[in-house]
Design a protein around this ligand. Structure first.
Ligand SMILES: O=C(O)c1cc(=O)[nH]c(=O)n1[C@@H]1O[C@H](COP(=O)(O)O)[C@@H](O)[C@H]1O
Length: 283
């Protein structure tokens, strides 16, 4: 999906909601356990219930890999079931020396070589340029680079102050954002910024005015959609705000899909208000 197509989806659906498919086999409603692939049955119902409200889906790969080969099959079925008008994110947080990253990229981007056909993958920047470039080699595919994450441990490295070449102080995540933009433009590169870090979003917008930001951390982690939207929205939309547990596990019973829809609807209704208000009005 191109930058322009993603932006159009946001304004067509009046939504920048990404539904996180962090599907935990131990949290499935009991009535699904008799299905041949309970994880897929759950995801299918969630996707059916939310596809008109969401512009993206983000399966977190850990939840599938932890199930062994069965989990990978559930992941593949899920990916194939996601409607074509939705952007897909493999939340894998990969990155390694170049030849290894090439194989990770093939895993998520190359269905002709036994891989999956995601639109994007999350990548950790710690190993630097040559660990990221192999993911950027795929036409039409995106890298979503971790910049300032939602967890408390983000302070350990990402918030550390370092000196720039001109001896000015900056935080490490700022350097990541600046340097990575010399590797690829906003048509192929997004950044992850946690919703719990909304205070930093204005500064991040100055550093990356046109980039899409994947913003997880509303819902279960307590980030504010209003704050994120006020500081992060751009004329192209520019945001994908993810919620996982608050949608998936709104109910553990037979009404789980209806309750998931209701949670997604609350977020989408709020997003539509912010989009209708106009980006400049929100600023
Ligand atoms: O890359 C991510 O998606 C991510 C980055 C980050 O900084 N914080 C974060 O929570 N995530 C992911 O976003 C999802 C958040 O899930 P909930 O807290 O249940 O909405 C999980 O899949 C996390 O792995």
């Amino acid at each position: 999906m191109t930058y322009k197509e993603l932006s159009s989806q946001i304004f067509n659906k009046k939504s920048y909601l990404c539904v996180g498919l962090d599907t935990d086999p131990h949290k499935l409603p009991p009535h699904l356990l008799k299905e041949p692939d309970p994880v897929f049955a759950f995801n299918q119902a969630i996707i059916d219930a939310t596809a008109d409200l969401a512009v993206a889906y983000k399966p977190n790969i850990a939840f599938y890999e932890a199930q062994g080969p069965r989990g990978w099959e559930s992941l593949q079925r899920t990916l194939e079931y996601i409607p074509a008008d939705c952007f897909t994110i493999a939340d894998a947080k990969r990155g390694d020396i170049g030849n290894t990253s090439s194989l990770y990229a093939r895993t998520f981007f190359d269905p002709d070589a036994a891989g999956l056909n995601f639109d994007s993958v999350t990548v950790a920047p710690y190993m630097g340029r040559d660990s990221v470039l192999p993911f950027l080699d795929y036409a039409g595919k995106w890298v979503i680079l971790l910049a300032l994450t939602s967890n408390s441990g983000s302070a350990d490295f990402q918030r550390q102050r370092i000196l720039t070449d001109s001896a000015r102080e900056q935080e490490l995540f700022e350097m990541v954002i600046k340097t990575a933009q010399t590797w690829a433009g906003p048509d192929k590169l997004m950044f992850v910024v946690g919703a719990t870090q909304a205070d930093e979003l204005s500064r991040i917008r100055e550093l990356a005015p046109d980039s899409f930001l994947l913003v997880p951390g509303v819902g279960a982690q307590g980030g504010s959609l209003a704050e994120v939207s006020r500081r992060g929205l751009t004329a192209a939309g520019g945001l994908l705000v993810n919620a996982s547990r608050s949608i998936l596990y709104a109910s553990g019973g037979t009404d789980f899909a209806d309750r998931a829809r209701a949670e997604a609807q609350l977020l989408q209704t709020e997003m539509a208000e912010y989009l209708d208000a106009g980006v400049l009005a929100i600023k």
